[in-house]
Design a protein around this ligand. Structure first.
Ligand SMILES: CC(C)(COP(=O)(O)OP(=O)(O)OC[C@H]1O[C@@H](n2cnc3c(N)ncnc32)[C@H](O)[C@@H]1OP(=O)(O)O)[C@@H](O)C(=O)NCCC(=O)NCCS
Length: 186
């Protein structure tokens, strides 16, 4: 069977009302199997409207992928909520979305440092391919909001932070995190 053609592009304000719910559902379904946390429809609408999101659509204009960039303090930026619908994975859509997002970061936030925190080996691989290097977690942003996300967003948080746990590394707000940290060194 022929595979559907997929287009990857920057999301716009007019996409917000049309696609935000489908994106939220795609992320929610992925969260059942992967370490990605569900996002609110309102937030997804805002990211599209603010011009910080990338969307992938198939020929019938059905959402098959999404990601956005988030600017943290210390002028550090993450590629966040990266997701591709399972039936079209491993066709380069995730890579294309990250390339578009990287271009947007360079255009919109010149001089920002791209960082990543992930438990997903595929994302580590993707980030290394675009030039990020593995680093200790304390080299990432010290923004408390970034580290507080772990508590409500990471499936491993309770286990890694159980009393006496030596799993993972301590992060700048003193909780433990089992992610691999990556940074693009200037
Ligand atoms: C991570 C994800 C977005 C990747 O999307 P994708 O469209 O399948 O990725 P691509 O096809 O662009 O592949 C990118 C690279 O990863 C490799 N890759 C992708 N999936 C892989 C897998 N399951 N096993 C091994 N390698 C894999 C590809 O071979 C490719 O490598 P290359 O650049 O050396 O050729 C997708 O797997 C996904 O949605 N996962 C669930 C949500 C998730 O975990 N998000 C990350 C949260 S941190």
């Amino acid at each position: 069977m022929e595979k559907p053609k997929v287009s990857v592009r920057e999301a716009s304000a007019s996409d917000a009302s049309r696609y935000a719910e489908a994106v939220a559902q795609l992320i929610r379904e992925s969260a059942e199997h992967h370490n990605i946390h569900p996002r609110e429809v309102e937030d997804i609408r805002r990211w599209m409207t603010e011009g910080v999101a990338v969307i992938a659509l198939d020929e019938e204009e059905v959402v098959v992928g999404f990601c956005y960039y988030h600017l943290w303090s210390d002028r550090m930026v993450t590629h966040s909520a990266l997701v591709v619908r399972p039936d079209v994975r491993r066709r380069g859509i995730g890579r294309q979305m990250k390339d578009v997002l990287h271009g947007m970061v360079e255009r919109d936030v010149p001089g920002a440092v791209e960082i990543s925190r992930t438990t997903c080996p595929v994302v580590v691989h993707m980030n290394e391919r675009i030039g990020l290097e593995q680093c200790p977690l304390d080299q990432l942003t010290s923004d408390p909001a970034f580290w507080r996300e772990c508590e409500h967003g990471c499936k491993d948080f309770q286990r890694v932070n159980a009393p006496g746990s030596a799993l993972g590394q301590s992060n700048p707000i003193g909780t433990r995190c089992c992610c691999t940290g990556l940074i693009r060194r200037c």
